[in-house]
Design a protein around this ligand. Structure first.
Ligand SMILES: [Zn+2]
Ligand SMILES: [Zn+2]
Length: 169
């Protein structure tokens, strides 16, 4: 039975919403060692998104295996770099943006985010061997650790009085 239109549904905060988008982006990741997602946001607009995966038009780690150098996979671009590069391709200015990332950036990604003009980084999980926190502190970038958003997406057609069942059902 449909619920009434006045029923109150819990609504994510902006931070939860964008972090959840970063989690969603991570579902596209292709390096089996880690699935990361990054969403670059300014004034509540999504400017770019990224997940860790191979260079354009090359096979992914989950197809041909990781390329390990010094204990790290170097085949996959990290999520933050892919989001920064997407912004670059579209000519988007990231000055003053917030980066929502599923985990603490590695040192190289932290440096790239800072240099691109990101002033706030929101994460919910950590990462080993990174100088990100130190560089954020030294450059005045605000780092916020938030609780991990709900892993499910709440969407039930039966919740909406005007919803129709998908075609064929
Ligand atoms: Zn890999
Ligand atoms: Zn990185």
């Amino acid at each position: 039975m449909k619920k009434t239109e006045t029923s109150v549904r819990p609504r994510p905060s902006w931070d939860e919403y964008f972090l959840k988008l970063a989690m969603l982006a991570s579902e596209r990741a292709t390096c089996p060692r880690m699935h990361c997602g990054c969403v670059l946001v300014k004034d509540r607009y999504v400017l770019a998104t990224g997940y860790n995966g191979s260079l354009p038009n090359t096979p992914h780690c989950d197809e041909v295996g990781c390329l390990i150098v010094d204990g790290h996979c170097v085949r996959a671009n990290h999520a933050e770099i892919n989001a920064l590069c997407q912004a670059t391709r579209h000519g988007v200015n990231l000055e003053g943006a917030t980066a929502y990332v599923t985990n603490m950036p590695c040192t190289a990604c932290a440096k790239a985010l800072i240099t691109a003009g990101v002033i706030r980084v929101a994460i919910f999980s950590d990462y080993h061997d990174t100088l990100a926190e130190r560089f954020f502190r030294e450059t005045g970038v605000q780092l916020v650790r938030l609780p991990m958003p709900e892993q499910s997406i709440r969407y039930d057609l039966d919740d909406y009085p005007s919803a129709k069942a998908p075609a064929g059902q």
